[in-house]
Design a protein around this ligand. Structure first.
Ligand code: KG4
Ligand code: ZN
Length: 341
């Protein structure tokens, strides 16, 4: 029996993603992004994103089918991000997935965006050992999850209490005069900087904070500290050492993310750490996490950068896992749930 062919649709934020997988094999990963349309606002504008999804949806599905060399009739199931995300943006994807499922008479699977960020790793590294700890860091979320069963049991251990990690990268980039989204230019600048040049705060790592927020994150204090530091420089009429600020900021983020992720693995006796979301593309985060995890025999799995940011392949990957696990398909009245846990 050949493995199921699954088409996945992702529209939770500003990427219209359509992926096609067979089992754990990636056949197509078509992404149309509206990121350039949001750049001048310094963040994603929901209404602009929804409209862009609507325009990109059908051509992106076609592009994915063409790349994979299959037709809609060949597809065994259709998976779609049902939440969490921007309500209007999600609705476009969910409505499209229902239409394709109904028209081609295929089962529909509504999936959780965060679980899909974890599942995408199976396309790169094969089946995920369970239990695993997942660190999901992007522009919209920063979460630690315990994954006992990708098809069902995912327990949230902690999340950000203010800004998401990617949001902090975007805001700090903005105040350093770097383009949006800020992760890639900070990553680049940081390579020429000294990560120990400036000592920035590590949120929720003090003994008191650890009692209540052991696996939670906070990046808004860090962002403010960077802003104050840069302003003081500018007031004094001194140049801002962009590379050093970028490297020191990035170090503070990566230090906390890696420390808490490894702590979660050790506390839960889990030997696999999977990192996903746009910030997982950060070169320093990968290095710090691997170095810390290796000390305790923990294996770190990070998919390649293109699979870390939002895409349809991750949704198809989770859909494929659900089909293989004989999960029950969603009904055609599947709602888009912007606040899905
Ligand atoms: O997963 P994603 O594409 O979309 C969301 O669901 O948010 O993540 C986008 C976020 C942005 O905040 C971007 O600045 C960040 O991921 N990002 C990075 C890097 N590449 C993208 N952050 C740090 N280092 C990077 N290399
Ligand atoms: Zn995401």
């Amino acid at each position: 029996k050949t493995e199921p062919l699954v088409l996945g649709i992702e529209t939770s934020c500003d990427e219209t993603g359509v992926g096609i997988v067979r089992g754990h094999t990636l056949l197509a990963d078509a992404v149309a992004s509206s990121v350039d349309e949001h750049a001048r606002f310094g963040g994603v504008v929901p209404e602009v994103a929804s409209r862009a999804h609507l325009e990109a949806m059908v051509p992106t599905v076609q592009r994915a089918l063409d790349t994979a060399g299959v037709t809609l009739a060949d597809v065994d199931a259709i998976a779609v991000t049902a939440g969490p995300g921007l309500a209007g943006a999600l609705l476009v994807g969910v409505a499209a997935a229902k239409a394709y499922a109904l028209a081609a008479d295929k089962p529909l699977y509504g999936v959780n965006h965060l679980a899909a960020h974890v599942a995408v790793d199976t396309l790169e590294h094969g089946p995920l050992p369970e239990p695993a700890i997942a660190l999901l860091v992007s522009g919209g979320h920063s979460s630690l999850l315990r994954v006992d069963d990708l098809a069902g049991e995912v327990e949230p251990l902690g999340s950000t209490i203010d800004d998401a990690a990617g949001e902090a990268f975007d805001k700090v980039a903005r105040l350093l005069g770097l383009p949006f989204p800020g992760g890639p230019p900070i990553d680049r600048e940081a390579r020429a900087g000294d990560p120990a040049a400036i000592s920035f705060p590590r949120g929720l790592t003090g003994p008191r904070d650890l009692e209540r927020h052991r696996f939670d994150f906070s990046f808004s204090g860090l962002k403010t500290a960077v802003a104050r530091w840069v302003e003081a420089r500018q007031r004094a009429g001194e140049p801002v050492p962009v590379a050093d600020v970028a490297a020191s900021f990035q170090e503070a983020v990566c230090d906390v993310l890696a420390a808490k992720a490894v702590d979660a693995c050790r506390t839960h006796g889990v030997e696999t750490l999977v990192i996903g979301g746009g910030v997982a593309a950060n070169s320093r985060l990968r290095a710090v996490a691997e170095e810390r995890a290796a000390k305790y025999g923990i294996t770190v799995r990070v998919p390649r950068p293109k699979l870390c940011t939002d895409n349809g392949a991750m949704v198809a990957a989770l859909g494929s896992h659900l089909v293989a696990a004989d999960a029950r398909p969603s009904a055609l009245d599947l709602p888009a749930d912007s606040a899905m846990p």
